[in-house]
Design a protein around this ligand. Structure first.
Ligand SMILES: *Cc1c(COP(=O)(O)O)cnc(C)c1O
Length: 363
């Protein structure tokens, strides 16, 4: 970080202390295979694309509906909740930003979260002056519900984790999540389900019984629409009303017209997504097995990526060797996980090419 006196005198005070999130690289040069940011191996629903094309009309001179009503109704129907329990935003990152601001920002109350999880949570903590309280994953990188039983009692503002977790891929079943909710019934518990469409069961089922639950979802991963930027949260009506107050103090029209119709059309095309997500699940099993055969320790994953540790070589060395062959994966140079690679599950051909490239890198 540059010295303070090199920083702009024009910034607001708090900007000096921010630690911005660093997303996986979106390369400009030629990369043969991009497996570093968990985008979907297959494209979005053709119906979603045609809905977007049909909405590209003169009507774009008009503002969209501020509440994204058609999309909210589509989500409510699919998730079997009331529309007043749905909050949509321009990506789940934005939804999470509003959740941190509107639900988790409390004086002198820390937010409980795993030590290894989606690193944007730490950035949002900084942005909102929330103190993070890190709870260590166990040796197999699993969240243990028993570690969260005392959160509320000890004064936590709330709890957040991803399920399946990132970048580990570990999935917690609904009984375990219910235990955490039950023990912390007076504080919000946020379950980030960015990767739930690859074989997990959504905690949305628990909403009726747990008023403190907030589930966040995105169209970026399971719906192959990372470029459209649509995410949402499900929660009880009071919680959602609070988020709307924050949103309407920030941006009244977070979702443009194309995003609203595209996401709604995608949601309606369940047959398409069942097919392509099943394909990703099969490719994941293939990749998992292939990596094990090459001597990798591979954690079980319910996401569209695997988290794997080369046993013969350093992870960074493999990362660089793959990059030299035009294949991008994700490497995190941080304690506990700097011997692992996070590899997005690509098409079958991409998985094969990756395994071949690893073989070459190993010789
Ligand atoms: C990708 C991801 C998100 C962000 O999704 P967007 O809707 O694209 O902002 C949120 N949480 C986790 C755990 C993710 O991996």
């Amino acid at each position: 970080m540059p010295e303070r006196d090199e920083m702009s005198q024009f910034w607001s005070d708090h900007v000096h202390a921010l630690e911005p999130y660093v997303p996986g690289e979106q390369p400009k040069e030629d990369v043969l295979i991009k497996l570093n940011t968990n985008e979907h191996a297959y494209g979005p629903s053709p119906r979603a694309l045609s809905a977007i094309q049909q909405a590209a009309t003169d009507d774009l001179r008009l503002y969209p509906t501020p509440g994204s009503d058609v999309l909210v109704q589509a989500i409510a129907t699919t998730q079997r909740v009331d529309p007043t329990q749905v909050f949509v935003g321009n990506s789940s990152d934005e939804v999470l930003a509003h959740i941190f601001n509107g639900l988790l920002r409390r004086a002198n109350q820390p937010l409980w979260l795993p030590d290894i999880t989606y690193s944007f949570y730490k950035t949002y903590c900084r942005f909102n002056a929330i103190a993070p309280h890190y709870v260590a994953l166990n040796a197999r990188f699993e969240i243990q519900p028993s570690d969260y039983m005392e959160a509320q009692k000890s004064g936590a503002a709330g709890i957040i984790f991803a399920n399946p977790n990132a970048p580990t891929g570990h999935y917690l079943d609904l009984d375990a999540i219910a235990e955490i909710l039950q023990a912390n019934a007076g504080i919000p518990v946020i379950v980030d389900e960015a990767y739930i469409d690859f074989g997990g069961i959504s905690a949305a089922k628990l909403l009726a019984e747990h008023a403190n639950l907030v589930v966040t979802r995105t169209f970026s991963k399971g719906y192959a629409l990372a470029g459209l930027r649509v995410g949402y949260a499900l929660g009880n009506t009071e919680i959602i009303t609070g988020l709307q107050r924050v949103k309407d103090s920030f941006n009244s029209y977070p979702l443009d017209r194309l995003a609203q119709v595209g996401a709604a059309a995608a949601m309606a095309d369940t047959a398409y997504y069942e097919k392509v997500n099943q394909q990703v699940i099969e490719n994941r099993a293939y990749l998992h097995q292939g990596l094990e055969q090459l001597g990798y320790d591979v954690l079980p994953s319910k996401a569209n990526f695997v988290f794997a540790r080369p046993l013969q070589q350093g992870a960074k060395e493999v990362f660089l060797a793959l990059r030299a062959q035009g294949i991008l994966v994700r490497y995190f140079d941080q304690p506990r996980i700097n011997q692992y690679l996070r590899i997005t599950v690509g098409t079958r051909a991409q998985c094969e090419a990756l395994l071949e490239a690893i073989k070459k890198a190993t010789i």
